[in-house]
Design a protein around this ligand. Structure first.
Ligand code: BGC
Length: 737
């Protein structure tokens, strides 16, 4: 449709129709007989049947046939036959599930994330979806927060690269094109700063922290063209983000120039009442529209109040028109006025979903996302010895995440299946040893049936079988980890451990066989002191998705060489969280060996995490030369080059991620001790040597200043280059005025 036609359409719509566009409901409301929803659980929402058929978008359902039927039925009833938008959380894959975003972050390969998002978009589009609520660009620093799995980690710049790449993957150049869907950046803003890692908690952060560390990744997603943005549940500057006019009107719309659709998070407008910032629904509705929130997700706050607010003159109807126009424009951008079914196609579903190309991509991504944390030489595993796989993830298909509900567990390749394809059955045994979780871990309120716990006797037998297998083996591979419901939304944890039932098994196995290799399935950094201390090797597999089993075996057997690098620090213990490499310099820095008591440190643990950001081993070794800088001074507009030689000093081909960090030594605000500003992934054959170069330009040195400008300041800078954020090789330069 041309813009004039959209304007004419808007002018012709009744106020109720307009408000309808601003409401999003779940598909249950549109069933043939929706009376169950309207009078049952949904009744508390106060949605009336007449409102249902004016609703502008639906969340949480997919399937080409179903969505086409729904679209047809809906459009026939709608006064202006305006098509619905179908939205869904396609977070790390649709049917082919890729590694969780935290794992994707460990690939240090945004282009790979772009390819995964593009494959996910193709699968989503063919099932009839138009919009995904992804990527989550929230900066994460606190491993207690269950949603760290949905972020690409603790580095604002790296997150921005991934957010941009994912938006491009989902949308391409135009989300209206075949196999593309619109992408929604979330959760604006600072949802990742939930205090003490407790989900939905307030976020306490100053404007400097917000602008310097939290906003850049959202901005990168918006600059990449994200069609939507979602509000966050938390407060920003004391005001719930969803009704925070400064945040939404000034920062998002004016400064970031976002002109797409702003959608609330699930019932977030209504929740401003519980925040104590709206006097009731009516007040909340008015405030959210004034802040520019176009769509109310899953409440009746807009549908019950907006028309009345406009008629009474309390709310300017032109504000409603603005919101509706943005929604109509999105529908138009997706081509829905011409083809309301877009790519929905039951026949193509059969060839696109889980196709070989996507499975291969999932395997590549899983391999690259896994991080080898420890290896004393036991890996890669020698296949001519007796191998026992012992642990509950040996046979488990629960290797996706709680944010991949469109995928099916049955399609996941387990460790055992992958091992059986590759290993001599006469030399290999498998034993689960214990369940993933037992009664001691509270997962109240989750739909998962956790009460089918094995009896005491069954547990004993499992344990005995596992110990027998471990005793007789030359090497024991232990696939252990969190339950998949222990991370994701509403899954904050105060203890960063894998369930005790597994730790007990681990300890007993270590007692009977010292040759333990642990493979971890988890969605957040954990306290790995004991596991790392007792295992001869530790492979962090995250939640790897559909091809997880194959990817683990590729790495354990050395068919692939590990290259993943931590996108979030592994804390020493929970008391250290939040721990992140790019923290601000303090006035009393501590370094090992300093005797002075009055330093910023703990009495009982080190300041450093167990494994730092950027860390990850390979089966080969690399040597990096001292850093050479092309000059020791830089003026505005000039470029300096930091150069190192990197050599593969081991006996296998491998990939090294050379990382460059900068430190602004003196500035008008305290600056981070270092910040990632460049990285290069280089493939090297044994003995091969390459030159790796990084450009340093003035815009990289800018930061948020007290006067509200984003600028660099003259002075000294340090440059660190190495294989992780603890890199020690350094050089320096001065930025001249
Ligand atoms: C989550 C969002 C998600 C939405 C819709 C909310 O609870 O916070 O991230 O997109 O639900 O499923």
């Amino acid at each position: 449709m041309r813009q004039e036609e959209l304007t004419a359409l808007l002018q012709d719509m009744s106020l109720e129709e307009k408000v309808g566009q601003m409401v999003q409901l779940m598909a249950g409301f549109f069933q043939e007989d929706a009376s169950g929803v309207l009078t049952g659980p949904g009744a508390s929402l106060g949605i009336l049947e007449k409102d249902v058929w004016l609703t502008g978008s639906i969340l949480g359902t997919y399937g080409a046939r179903e969505l086409k039927e729904l679209q047809k039925k809906y459009m026939e009833r709608h006064p202006h036959h305006i098509p619905l938008l179908f939205m869904m959380d396609v977070i790390h894959g649709m049917k082919t599930i890729f590694p969780i975003p935290l794992g994707l972050g460990c690939t240090f390969e945004p282009e790979l994330a772009r390819r995964c998002a593009s494959a996910a978009a193709k699968e989503a589009a063919v099932t009839g979806l138009h919009v995904t609520f992804s990527p989550m660009a929230d900066l994460v620093r606190d491993a207690r927060w269950g949603r760290v799995m949905e972020s690409t980690g603790e580095d604002p710049w790296l997150n921005g690269l991934f957010a941009g790449a994912q938006v491009e993957g989902f949308q391409g150049k135009d989300p209206g094109k075949p196999d593309k869907i619109a992408s929604c950046i979330k959760h604006f803003a600072a949802y990742g700063a939930a205090e003490a890692g407790r989900d939905y908690n307030s976020a306490e952060l100053c404007e400097h922290t917000l602008r310097e560390f939290y906003l850049p990744a959202y901005r990168a997603g918006i600059d990449a063209g994200a069609a939507l943005v979602m509000t966050s549940f938390n407060t920003v500057d004391g005001i719930p983000a969803t009704i925070n006019t400064k945040l939404m009107r000034k920062i998002l719309r004016e400064e970031m120039e976002f002109d797409g659709v702003l959608i609330s998070d699930f019932s977030a407008i209504l929740e401003t009442v519980a925040h104590g910032c709206s006097r009731g629904e009516r007040d909340a509705a008015g405030k959210a529209v004034r802040a520019g929130v176009d769509i109310d997700m899953m409440t009746s706050v807009y549908s019950r109040n907006l028309a009345e607010l406009a008629r009474s003159g309390e709310l300017d109807e032109s504000l409603i028109d603005e919101c509706v126009m943005r929604i109509l424009e999105l529908k138009n951008k997706l081509g829905l006025f011409e083809n309301p079914y877009k790519d929905a196609d039951e026949e193509r579903e059969k060839t696109v979903l889980l196709c070989e190309e996507h499975r291969n991509l999932a395997r590549e991504a899983a391999v690259k996302s896994m991080v080898l944390l420890k290896n004393d030489g036991i890996l890669p595993v020698n296949r001519n010895q007796k191998i026992a796989f012992v642990g509950p993830y040996t046979d488990s298909r629960q290797i996706k995440s709680s944010w991949s509900f469109t995928g099916d567990e049955k399609d996941c390749v387990t460790i055992r299946e992958a091992a059986m394809e590759a290993l001599d059955p006469r030399l290999t045994v498998y034993a689960c040893g214990c369940p993933i979780i037992s009664g001691e871990t509270c997962l109240k309120g989750f739909t998962e049936e956790l009460s089918q716990e094995p009896s005491g006797r069954e547990l004993e037998l499992m344990r005995e079988e596992a110990l027998r297998a471990a005793r007789e083996a030359d090497v024991v591979i232990m696939p252990l980890g969190e339950h998949y419901l222990q991370t994701g939304e509403a899954a904050s944890r105060a203890f960063l451990e894998i369930p005790q039932v597994q730790m007990e098994l681990f300890r007993e196995v270590c007692r009977v066989n010292p040759n333990v290799v642990t493979v971890l399935f988890n969605g957040r950094p954990l306290d790995l002191r004991e596991i790392s201390g007792k295992s001869r090797a530790v492979l962090e597999a995250w939640r790897p998705g559909t091809e997880g089993g194959h990817a683990v075996l590729d790495l354990l057997l050395g068919r692939e060489n590990p290259s993943g690098k931590l996108s979030m620090s592994m804390p020493y213990c929970v008391g250290q969280t939040p721990v992140y490499y790019n923290h601000t310099s303090t006035g009393r820095p501590y370094a090992a060996g300093i005797q002075d008591r009055f330093r910023s440190r703990y009495l009982d643990i080190p300041n450093e995490p167990l494994y730092p950001f950027g860390y990850g081993l390979s089966y080969t070794t690399f040597e990096i030369s001292p850093v050479e800088l092309s000059g020791d001074r830089m003026r505005l507009g000039e470029t300096l080059t930091a150069r190192v030689r990197v050599k593969n000093t081991g006996s296998r081909p491998g990939c090294v991620t050379v990382q460059m960090y900068l430190q602004d030594v003196t500035a008008s605000v305290a600056r981070p001790v270092r910040e990632l500003k460049g990285f290069v992934k280089a493939e090297l054959e044994p003995e091969e040597e390459k030159t790796v170069e990084f450009s340093i330009e003035e815009p990289m040195l800018r930061f948020w200043r007290a006067d509200g400008s984003f600028a660099s300041e003259e002075g000294d800078f340090r440059v660190f280059v190495g294989e992780d954020s603890a890199a020690e090789k350094e050089a320096g330069f001065t930025l001249l005025p």
